[in-house]
Write a new protein. Structure first.
Length: 169
């Protein structure tokens, strides 16, 4: 087993923790939003880079990339090197799906009851975008681009995803 040394073991400059802090704040914001609506979330919650395994019910915040410029800006136009930067983040809510007995399909009622949660997740994420458009100081950000999608069922789980591009301030 490989042991990863935590950054707290080193005198890493706070200047390089901007993205790490954004991801942690995004996860905390997501949990707080759902708590404000009394919508329970899966207990497994974390942030990571690249892609999260969708093998169980969980909440993940995933950094997929970044670029120079504001959200929604034209990437084909030159930007000043010291200009604003944007990060694209996936906020995934993966929930369990029902299984029928003896490998049979779930009933329509079971499928619809499970879909209730995905519909709630999609609406809450789309309705609360203003909570993600904040700087690290809590001031309004530069705006975001956002889409909410629902993936096909896979392995008795289904994921609702908010793809969020926001300025890294």
């Amino acid at each position: 087993m490989v042991k990863i040394n935590p950054i707290s073991n080193y005198a890493v400059s706070p200047d390089v923790l901007v993205l790490r802090n954004l991801l942690q704040r995004t996860l905390e914001t997501t949990v707080a939003i759902f708590e404000s609506y009394n919508v329970p979330l899966p207990l497994r919650q974390y942030w990571c880079l690249g892609q999260a395994a969708e093998d169980c019910a969980q909440v993940t915040v995933v950094y997929t990339g970044g670029y120079l410029g504001l959200p929604g800006g034209q990437q084909s136009e030159p930007q000043a090197c010291n200009g604003p930067k944007s990060a694209t983040i996936l906020i995934n809510i993966t929930r369990d799906l029902p299984q029928g007995p003896n490998g049979n399909p779930a009933t329509p009622t079971q499928i619809q009851e499970a879909s209730d949660w995905g519909a709630i997740d999609a609406w809450v994420l789309l309705s609360e975008l203003r909570n993600y458009d904040l700087s690290s100081l809590g001031t309004p950000g530069a705006g975001v681009t956002a889409t909410v999608t629902v993936a096909p069922p896979s392995g008795f789980v289904q994921t609702t995803t908010l793809t969020l591009t926001q300025a890294v301030l």
